[in-house]
Write a protein that binds this ligand. Structure first.
Ligand SMILES: Nc1ncnc2c1ncn2[C@@H]1O[C@H](COP(=O)(O)OP(=O)(O)OP(=O)(O)O)[C@@H](O)[C@H]1O
Ligand SMILES: [Mg+2]
Length: 246
């Protein structure tokens, strides 16, 4: 590649990263708006939760009322958890720090709970609890997980699929997470191209083909590696290995 071709290609890559960043900005903006709503929601939610607890402590509450109140209480607690998750995702501290991979994976799975449930997808988690903490930018890690898991959920559209998410240590200085779905798989003629910019098999407006392109760049910028295995009709596995220290 000559100098000007290399410059053009670098400029195009920067434009793509900026586009995905703009999308993230939009998400963050949405996060900020929802942060306001969430803040307003938290006060009435805690009133509901504590009122429900007070009723439960009263003597002689009929069993059927107790059952209803405990449902009100657990749903209010679920909402309260959800609002905490939204606040957390919108937080904008993009500095490098110590990150617990298991907690981050769990956070993203909770964030995508609704997306999985509405497709009837069962989520299985196998977390290794001896994993060392890793030093990286948590928002980048969230973006990587979001892109891979969202693709897996989209691939299992309405088929009642299973998503398996595993974390494992690799030696003492690397960690790995593996995401396996039992969707239709990626045809051999496409697998070489899935990390290419703009490669998508989704309908216009449903996919930009930037998700995996950006994901690969983010993983490599952290000194890590992303691999894919898939058989036509046999599901897909993405594995990402990251160094504990960059
Ligand atoms: N788990 C998977 N199962 C089957 N195909 C997949 C899977 N993950 C990715 N693909 C294929 O790789 C293509 C590229 O994925 P990529 O995330 O880069 O773009 P996209 O999902 O089409 O669009 P978006 O920019 O919204 O992410 C997808 O269109 C799909 O054909
Ligand atoms: Mg995608």
């Amino acid at each position: 590649m000559n100098d000007s071709a290399a410059r053009n290609s670098n400029e195009a890559i920067t434009a793509d990263l900026l586009r995905q960043l703009a999308y993230n900005e939009k998400m963050a903006e949405l996060g900020k708006i929802s942060a306001g709503v969430v803040h307003e929601l938290n006060a009435p939610l805690s009133v509901i939760i504590s009122a429900a607890q007070m009723i439960m402590r009263e003597a002689g509450v009929p069993e059927v009322v107790q059952e209803m109140i405990s449902r009100i209480s657990s749903e209010a607690q679920r909402l309260s958890q959800l609002t905490k998750g939204l606040l957390n995702f919108s937080s904008h501290d993009d500095t490098i720090g110590e990150v617990d991979l298991n907690l981050t994976v769990d956070f993203i799975l909770n964030f995508l709970n609704f997306e999985a449930a509405r497709r009837g997808v069962i989520v299985l988690k196998y977390f290794d609890h001896t994993l060392p903490v890793i030093r990286l930018d948590a928002n980048m890690l969230k973006q990587i997980l979001l892109n891979i898991i969202m693709n897996a959920l989209q691939a299992m559209e309405d088929t009642g699929g299973k998503l398996l998410v595993e974390t494992i240590p690799v030696g003492c200085d690397e960690v790995c997470f593996i995401i396996t779905d039992n969707g239709p798989g990626i045809p051999t003629e496409s697998i070489e191209r899935i990390f290419d910019r703009y490669f998508t098999t989704k309908k216009p407006g449903e996919g930009t083909g930037l998700g995996l392109f950006v994901t690969k760049r983010l993983v490599e910028s952290m000194g890590g590696e992303i691999k894919v295995r898939s058989r036509n009709g046999g599901g897909t596995t993405f594995s990402v290995t990251l160094p504990v220290r960059q």
